[in-house]
Every structure is written in structure tokens, then in C-alpha cells.
Design a protein around this ligand. Sequence first.
Ligand SMILES: *Cc1c(COP(=O)(O)O)cnc(C)c1O
Length: 476
Amino acid sequence: MPHPPIDLPPEDFRALGHRLVDDLADFFAAMPGGKVTPAESPAEVRALLPQGGLPERGAPAGDLLREAVQLVTRHSLHNGHPRFFGYITSSAAPLGALADLLAAAVNPNVGSFSLGPVATEIERQVIRWVGELTGFGADAGGILVSGGNMANFVAFLAARRAAAGGDIRAGGLHAARPGVVYASSETHTWLQKAADLVGHGTAAIRYLPVDAEQRLVPEALDAALAEDVAAGKLPLVVVANAGTVSTGAVDPIVRMSEICKRHRVWLHGDGAYGALGAVLPDAPADLKALHLCDSLAVDPHKWLYVPLEAGCTLVKDQRALRDAFTYRPPYYHFDAVAEETVNLFEHGLQNSRGFRALKVWLALRQMGRQGYAARLAEDCALARRLFEGARAHPELEARSHNLSITTLRYRAAQPDATNERLLTAIQKTGEAYLSNAVIEGAFYLRACVVNFRTQDRDIDALLELIVRLGRELSQA
Ligand SMILES: *Cc1c(COP(=O)(O)O)cnc(C)c1O
């Protein structure tokens, strides 16, 4: 038997592609009526895959694709389901799936202009538009990456290079004074990974206290900077949360910016989730002040509803990225166009780069600023409905509502243990999916509404489910 060819003749591609698109349209139509998750165990899931080692011989593409559609649509957790409220993972705009197909079919390498000409310019336009949408600035430099962690990581490296000077790139940590990083205790765990992997160690992070609304206390930042500078240390970066991961709290960015300017320290905004909330007319004033940051991380795969993966680093001055990342090896001859455009491999960690910009670019054009403003406002209103519903219910305690994140819990004699069990019970039903937050040491249920399919009735059903299972658990 001959080996199956890796190429698909255009007629086969057409037939398989049409069939796949039909299957996916059915999937989208059926999803809201089904469960959020089949809640299968790892062993159950593994049993669905081909058993044994790597296949020795190939198989026809059409059979494989049909099987993959069944496997993936039936055995996944559907974050596009209207009752998915877990973590900050959005429903994905269907146009993004088609954009990824187009991007993969043409397959430009967006590492350099010459290898991805239109893709490079589309990515640069996306960066400027995300800069506009977030209020960071329409002339922002930046780069698209895989997600919030990487977007923050890239900004961290740019800030560090700016603080420590060019010698740190050859001399490493020996070439600089001991560095310190400042952030509130509510900061996402990317900061630990960054401080660790870049070599400063997590001990270089100075976690600062927050107020009752989980916002960094600016006086503590001011004092910490003064103390460390007096002790001969080198402040590398101050991180401001533009929407904390747990509760959506926005740090006092205006005050933090004044302090950073006075101490001449780079202010980085972690807006992976919240930065896009700046488009809301009633956004907190600090969220409207993202232009005060030197860099900003934004996740298009969160509040732009772009399919995974898409993160974005923005910097005020594009040269900061080149200063942090570029090496020009003799085997690259890309310099000819460098005056008029950029070669994006010089602006980040990746070398070969995919065309993730296309799905973001199409999303921004499909919705426009007004479309996003209206869409995000709906998510916030739904989160508010959940908060008010919990507040009005005698068995529930509403804890916080910021942007589109609400935290609440079922009232019980032992609230932490009961709500931990309640969370697991809710996740197992497949009727809705929640995550949790720990606020001032106490365990809460956390609902993130980053979902264009969620409606009022889904919020009401969620409240009912929490109360029903909460009662069962506290009576057991
Ligand atoms: C989600 C999130 C991150 C991490 O982003 P990923 O896309 O999951 O890598 C970082 N910071 C904040 C505030 C977030 O909400």
C-alpha cells in the first residue's frame, strides 16, 4: 500500500472543508442547549483516544477529521456556553475560527516583513488599534504573543532593560544592582514566573498591601521605593493591575504614575483582562488613565472574544522592545526594509511567528469601538445582575462586583468548607461553571462574565443552582 500523500488535492480540501464548516455550524447551534462540560475523568478521556503507540502507517484525512470533530466537540468544556462563568476565558467569536483557518492556509511567517508582508502590517495596525481602544495611545509599539502571561513577560523584560541599561544583556545580573519589582498582593502569578525565570528570583518581588477594595495602597509603594533606592537597590518595574485576576479591581494608576515619575521607574499595566474595559463610558477613572503606563499587557483572547491564543504587549516607545530583544545574526538579511517597517522577531522572544493578528484584526473591524463598548457593557450589567441577585437573597452573600467579575458565597456555618464543596458540586453538574476567589483569606465563588452568549436567564439560573446545591450541601 502506498503512503497517503500529505497534500490534499484542492477538490478534497474543498469537500473536507465544507463538511467541517457544516459540522461546526451544527456545533454552535447545539452548544447552548447542552451541558457546559461532560465532567469526565482523565481516564475516561484517555480511553477515547487511539490506544497504543504512534501509528506506524497513516490514515485518510477525511476519516481523521470526522473522528476529531466528534471527539473534540463532545468531550470538551465549552467556554462558549452561555453558562460558562469560570476564570477569565471568553466565548470565542466564530469569525475568529474562520480567520485562523485562513491564516493557517496562507501560513505567513510573521517574524519578518519579507516573510509576512501583509501580515506584518496587519499586526502593526492591530497594535495601534488596541492602543487606541484601551486609551494607551494610538502610536503604541508592541507585539502579539500567546496570552497575558507572555504579554506581561515581554513588558517585564523591556522594563528591566530600560532600568538596568544595555550591560545587563551581556553581563546578566552581575551587571546591575539588585533589582526590585513592585506589585500588589493581588497580582497574577505571571510575575513570579517572570522574576524567577529572568534570574532575579521571586524574592525580588515586593508585594504591597491593598485596601478593602483590593487596590494597591499607593503610600506603601512610595515608601518602598524610597527605602530600596536608599539601600542601593534598583527598582526595575512597578506593576499596576488594570483589573485584578480575582475580583477585577483597578489599582490607583493615576497616583501610581505620579509616584513612578517622581522615582523614575517604569510603570507597567497588567490589563490582560481589564484594559479593554477602558472603552466603557463609566469605566473607573484609573482605567481611563492607561496612557500613563509605559507598557501595557492586554489579552485579545479575553475581552475581545478572540479565540485562544492572543495576547498583546504595548509599549509607549517601540525602541524599548528592540533594545530588550534584538540580535541581528549574519544569517538574516532583513535590514533592507527596516526603515519603513519592522521585523517582529526583533521585538519579542519568538523567532518564527504565526499570523494570530488576523483574527484580532477581523474582530476589531467586525465590532468597532462602539460594538465593543456595547458588548462589554452587557457583560458588566450581567455581572451586576448576579451581584444584586445575591444581595437580595437571604441565603447568599454578595462580596464584590468590579467590571464583569462578581464574587459571592452561600451562607453557612462553615462558609469556606461549604463553598469549596459547593464549587466542586456546581462544576460536576455541567449546568454551569464557576471558579473561585480567595478574598482576605475567605473562599468565595467567582463568576466572570466574558461571554456574548450569556443572558439574564442564565444569571437567574446560576443563582438558582447555587442556592439549590448550597441547601443540599448544608443539610447533608
Ligand atoms: C488572565 C490574566 C493573566 C494571564 O493571562 P493568560 O492569557 O492566561 O496567560 C495575567 N494577568 C491578569 C490580570 C489576568 O486576568
